[in-house]
Structures are given as C-alpha cells and as structure tokens.
Design a binder for this molecule. Structure first.
Ligand code: ZN
Length: 449
C-alpha cells in the first residue's frame, strides 16, 4: 500500500474500523483480530510516507498485542484503543505528507465527492497532534466543494488546537483565541442587499501568517458567499471590531470628526513600493477622458499614486482612514491629508478626477462609496477604480491558490460582470478596462460621469 490517493486512505480506514467491529463481535477469536491487526500494521509500517518515529511506536504496540494473544491472553478495550490511536497517527502522517506534496505540485484541489473527504475528516478528528492536522487537511480539501462545512470545521479544529498552524506551517505564530477573534456574520449581500447568497469558497486568513498582534483579531477561516442577484462575492464573517479600530489600533476617536493632518516635513529616505511610471501611465490614461486638475484620492496605500499626481501638477485632495499613513505621507509629501472615513467626508467642491485604488473591497458599503464618488465628481468627471476581480485571467491560472482569497481586510470580491451594472446604474459610463500592472488579479476601470 503506497497511500497515493484517497482510495488508499479510504481502504485502510475501513480496515482499521473493522478491527473494532471484530473485537465487538463475540463470535470472533483473538487470533482473527490479531491477524487483522498485523496485516493493517504492515501496510503502515511499510509506507514511505509514515515517519520512523510513528513506525517504531506502532510496531512496538503491534508486537505487544501479538505477544499477548500468543500467550493466550484476552485483548482488552484499552489494547484495541491504544492500537487504534497509533494506527490513526501513522495514517495521519501519511495523509499530511501526501497533502503537502500535492499542495507543492498544485494538485491539492481536485473534484472528489465531498462525502469521501468528510469520511476522512471524521476519522481523523481527535484532539491530538498529528491526527487533527490530517483532519484539517481533509476539511481544507472541501474548501470550494463544501465551503460552509470547511468554515465550520476549521473553527472547531482551531478551538480544539488553537496553535494548529504553528505545527502545520513554518514561520506561523497564530493562535486562535475565540474570545478575541470575535466575528460578525453577514447573510445579506453588502453590495446589493439581496438575502440570496450561497457559500462559494472558504479561505485561510492571511493573518495566520502575520507576526503582529492584530492577527489575533481574525478567526482562522474566511468564508466567501456569492450573491445570486449581483454575482459578486462578500464575506460571511469579519472581525466584529470596527474597521477604524482595525486600521488604527491606538486611535478610537477617528469617527468623531474629519481631521486634517499635516505632520512636520519628513526627510526620511525610502524606496517606493511600486515603479512610479506605472502611475503616470494610469494618470495619462485618465487624461484621455478628462484633463481637469481637481483631483481627489481616497485611500492612499503607500502613496505612489499621490506622489505622481503631485509631480504631474494636479490640485490634490487626499483622504485616508489610517492615522499612521496620514502622518507618514503628509510629512513625506508636505501636504494636508484628511483623516476620516470616506463616507463621513464632506467638502463643498467638485472634482475632475477621482482615484479609488484598491479601496472598495475594504469598505462595508461599497455601493454607497461608488455613489458618493459619483456625486463628488463634476460633469464628465472621471473615476479611476481598481479592485480585485475574482474572475480575472490571473485567477484562471491560480484558482484557489490566489492569495487574494485570504486577504484579511477584504470585505467584497467583485467580478467585472458584477461591478459593471452597479456603476452604470449610477450613471457612469465604463470607458476602459485594464488588467492591473500592480496587483495580480486586479481590474482597473476608468468610469466617466
Ligand atoms: Zn448582491
């Protein structure tokens, strides 16, 4: 037995379960039970995917059972349970090794009848390592076939073993603390308000791989729902802590007012995260539709677009929700920046150009944000919008390995097909579609009022 595929695992699990049945069947002799145990033990002990430590323990227990029977003793429930636990461990190790190998090769996600993985997951459910690791692999294999099951079982698995990830992946410090990682759940589409949505994919949270303390705010799994009406995706679960708290862990009064931030001029020297010419290319595309210079940018990220807009002579207004970003960029670029939630922003001015780069997927009411952008634009004003597209060409290559699924602060995941009618309903005309040069799988749209 090489443990090459799910059929091999199903076979050995049935064999292991049969031992219990033989034990409980009074018509079976100790020798019959022993023969079964020996034949199953041999399969695991001969398997390359089982580690030597597990093999050693396992063969010791199998030998002691064999001695007991050969000396005419009766097997006890404890004997059978101890053997079964070691049998489970060795099969778990083989399953973890196979799963890790498949992940590396990109063959982890295959279409298999969900009940077959559920059968494996049930067999592997024990509150001890490495069995629960195998359980987790079995439930992850159902992340797109049965996302709700995968989500619920992930939380259960982490409740049993909060440090599951530390063992499973290197460089992971995440620990699940249910009293801190409190989620709010959403059943109504945050984009169109429909109550009709289906589980689409259950991702691992990107926060699991982060070292900073805020990762504890996130639960280990993120369930995406697909709206039947608008075709876009939205999160089922998101940290109950407000967005502002997540963005500004030390700042709580950001809601109270719109603050203008202008930190002392900074002489700090650093490299931009992206090549800056990508941004002048974007703004030159925008200029093809509107040459006005009244510019509003919402959500500044690492500031490249803003820096290039300043260089190109735009009359810049900038809004940002993170205090840290406000302070850093206002100091670096020597400008005023509004520290506020875009939905609370109020100004007696219209704009020719608006930039919302990778913002709408972060906000709880993206449709309201788009409407607000429309209202802030002057006639013929242009909105440049960038957001991940779950039906992107990149996604067609990456499928469920696309890291975008796991983005901890993403609230919605649009498709072009789903976003286009929403923008058109407000009165925007879509002038241009580009595949992002900055983020794999993002779409960039130029919309005109
Ligand atoms: Zn919807």
């Amino acid at each position: 037995m090489s443990f090459e595929n799910i059929t091999d695992f199903e076979y050995i699990i049935h064999q292991i379960n049969d031992v219990e049945k033989l034990f409980n069947d009074n018509s079976k002799t100790e020798i019959e039970i022993l023969n079964k145990i020996i034949s199953i033990s041999k399969m695991s002990i001969d398997c390359d995917r089982v580690d030597n430590k597990s093999k050693t323990y396992y063969s010791q227990v199998s030998v002691s059972i064999s001695d007991k029977v050969n000396n005419g003793h009766i097997l006890s429930v404890d004997d059978i349970n101890r053997w079964k636990m070691l049998a489970k461990i060795s099969v778990s190790v083989a399953f973890i090794n196979l799963s890790t190998e498949m992940k590396r090769k990109g063959t982890y996600y295959v279409d298999i009848e969900p009940s077959r993985f559920r059968f494996l997951a049930d067999f592997f459910y024990e509150k001890s390592k490495p069995i629960i690791h195998a359980h987790y692999h079995a439930i992850r294999r159902l992340s797109y076939i049965d996302p709700l099951y995968c989500y619920e079982k992930s939380l259960e698995a982490f409740s049993s073993l909060p440090t599951l990830f530390k063992d499973l992946y290197t460089d992971c410090f995440y620990e699940y603390i249910p009293s801190i990682a409190v989620d709010k759940t959403y059943k109504i589409c945050s984009i169109c308000g429909s109550a009709e949505a289906d589980p689409y994919y259950c991702a691992e949270q990107s926060a699991l791989y982060e070292k900073d303390e805020s990762c504890k705010l996130y639960s280990p799994a993120k369930l995406w729902l697909k709206c039947r009406r608008c075709n876009n995706l939205f999160v089922y679960n998101f940290p109950a802590h407000s967005f502002e708290e997540i963005y500004n862990s030390t700042q709580t009064d950001v809601n109270e007012s719109i603050k203008k931030v202008h930190s002392p001029r900074s002489y700090e020297s650093r490299y931009p995260m992206f090549k800056l010419d990508k941004f002048s290319n974007i703004l030159n595309k925008v200029k093809m539709f509107n040459t006005g210079d009244r510019y509003l940018e919402v959500g500044l990220g690492t500031g490249e677009m803003l820096a290039v807009a300043l260089e190109m002579g735009y009359d810049v207004t900038a809004i940002e929700i993170s205090q840290e970003t406000c302070e850093k960029l206002s100091g670096n670029f020597d400008i005023d920046i509004y520290l506020c939630d875009f939905m609370k922003f109020d100004i007696d001015k219209k704009f020719d150009v608006m930039i919302m780069g990778d913002v709408i997927e972060h906000v709880s009411q993206p449709t309201d944000a788009l409407k607000k952008a429309y209202d802030l634009l002057d006639d013929n004003g242009v909105l440049w919008l960038s957001t991940p597209n779950y039906e992107s060409s990149f996604g067609k290559y990456q499928k469920y390995s696309d890291p975008m699924w796991s983005e901890k602060q993403h609230f919605t995941y649009f498709s072009y097909k789903g976003l286009k009618p929403i923008c058109e309903n407000f009165g925007f005309t879509i002038k241009r579609y580009d595949v992002s040069e900055r983020y794999n799988g993002s779409m960039e749209l130029i919309l005109q009022k």
